[in-house]
Design a protein around this ligand. Structure first.
Ligand SMILES: [Zn+2]
Length: 488
């Protein structure tokens, strides 16, 4: 058996002013050909799982490309068209294929389009035809559309947030395509989009409404004719018609069952809608509480400045407050400011510098803060993920500096990356367990690795483009009415 394999992944925050261009992809991943098998083999990613399962099932993989960038604004038309054209050309030249495996996100918004994945799947189908088994893995934050459902034989969405099941979904998708190829299953699907736009803050699957929905789906999946169920919480900050929660059910040749289960899950999600509304602590309250708590480390989750949700990553509100109150043993991890990181590199370890930090991308993440501090360490920004997410994959933060302002340590990075792994603090020589306060720029993902080591976690409502306070945004394109933008 021969399967084509490719990854094209981006989560687009349409409120971001940072265009996602070739440079953003090169900073994360833009590689062509067989190299993708070497880089992703054995990693906790969908590609890793696909490669693993293909090996176990004796499937030959025909690798095309891997393209991913940190979430930000729309993917530029040039980059999107270039990658799509390359993928389509690879498909044409792939020779006889039995299946296609695509690792996509589901919330990619290229310039001039709303639904990147739907468009890509149309292009793929125009080459391989409608009959070839094709599976896509999608992020939990996919904004599922009818075009995606139509284009894919099978959809396998992550079931966890933090996303710790990526490899498992990749394996599952590969095995189900094998099942289709040998005629063991005949997938039929159902798809629902209740008018629900859950903010990110209460989307976590460890507790709350997504936990209950996930448990319901897991129970349903035990039925022999159910192939897979995915509940996508959706990405609310991609302001497109189809943004929001969706339900996908795939059964083996039983359309009635698929429709029935999809209805049950959509109704349950709708009934739980008010539980998705999220509240967090104002910045001064969060810092005061953190200092009062007897124990360490206290994690202050800077939920709204999560680059993983398309925020700038250079938000300053928490940093400003920590400096204002004279906090000690505090680390801000990690603040995206290539200019400040470069200035620290030029000054050298041990030098004292005064420079504006953060707040440079737009006016949605606080103003720059003038910081005087000592350059504590410098690094090329390369580390290996050790937490439950992306385990084994190399992270590249670019030139990285730790600026120490009276024991408020700021980790300045040059490539945007969410603080989801304590290794991002350790690799620059800071012991996260020794700190009183850790500011972590992440909405939910940090929990997988930081919950076990944190004394206390406080969720903070600072400024930023990944805020769970949807009242901070002006939506223009999402279908209306939709909860909680409209009180339904
Ligand atoms: Zn996600």
């Amino acid at each position: 058996m021969r399967f084509f394999i490719a990854m094209f992944s981006h989560e687009t925050n349409t409120f971001s002013t940072i265009p996602t261009d070739r440079r953003q992809f090169e900073a994360r991943d833009l590689r062509y050909g067989g190299e993708l098998l070497e880089v992703y083999r054995g990693t906790g990613t969908c590609l890793g799982g696909m490669i693993d399962a293909a090996g176990a099932r004796g499937v030959t993989l025909v690798p095309s490309l891997a393209a991913a960038a940190s979430p930000a604004g729309r993917v530029t038309k040039d980059l999107y068209e270039e990658v799509k054209a390359r993928l389509v050309a690879d498909l044409r030249g792939a020779g006889p294929l039995d299946g296609v495996l695509l690792d996509l996100h589901g919330a990619m918004v290229p310039e001039g389009l709303e639904d990147g994945e739907g468009d890509l799947l149309r292009a793929v189908r125009s080459v391989v035809g409608d009959a070839l088994p094709l599976a896509v893995t999608l992020d939990f934050h996919a904004n599922l559309t009818a075009d995606i459902v139509r284009g894919a034989t099978l959809v396998h969405g992550y079931k966890t947030y933090p996303h710790v099941d990526m490899a498992e979904r990749g394996r599952e998708a590969t095995e189900r395509v094998v099942d289709v190829v040998v005629g063991r299953i005949r997938p039929v699907t159902a798809f629902r989009q209740p008018p629900l736009l859950p903010p990110l803050g209460n989307q976590g699957t460890a507790r709350g409404p997504m936990r209950r929905l996930g448990d319901m789906a897991a129970e349903m999946e035990r039925a022999p004719r159910v192939v897979s169920i995915s509940i996508f919480a959706g990405f609310p900050l991609a302001d497109i018609h189809d943004a929001g929660l969706s339900v996908y059910v795939c059964t083996d040749g039983d359309p009635g069952l698929a429709e029935r289960l999809a209805d049950q899950l959509a109704s349950a999600a709708w009934a739980a809608r008010r539980e998705f509304v999220h509240t967090a602590l104002p910045v001064p309250d969060a810092v005061r509480q953190a200092l009062e708590i007897d124990g360490r480390p206290v994690v202050l989750a800077d939920m709204a400045d999560n680059t993983g949700g398309g925020a700038a990553g250079d938000g300053t509100e928490l940093l400003r407050e920590l400096l204002r109150v004279g906090a000690r043993a505090a680390t801000v991890a990690c603040l995206w400011d290539p200019e400040a990181a470069r200035a620290c590199c030029r000054a050298g370890v041990g030098a004292t510098v005064t420079l504006p930090v953060g707040g440079k991308v737009d006016d949605r993440h606080g103003a720059p803060v003038e910081v005087t501090g000592r350059v504590r360490t410098l690094s090329d920004g390369r580390f290996v993920h050790k937490g439950p997410m992306f385990r084994g994959l190399e992270g590249r933060l670019g030139p990285t500096a730790v600026l120490d302002a009276s024991d408020v340590k700021i980790i300045l990075i040059s490539n945007r990356w969410q603080t989801l792994d304590p290794e991002m603090i350790r690799f620059v020589g800071i012991d996260p367990l020794a700190e009183k306060i850790l500011v972590v720029k992440s909405t939910i993902h940090y929990r997988a690795a930081f919950e076990p080591l944190a004394h206390t976690i406080l969720e903070v409502d600072a400024a930023g483009l990944s805020s769970s306070n949807l009242g901070r945004f002006t939506f223009k394109n999402v279908r209306r009415p939709i909860f909680p933008l409209d009180d339904l």
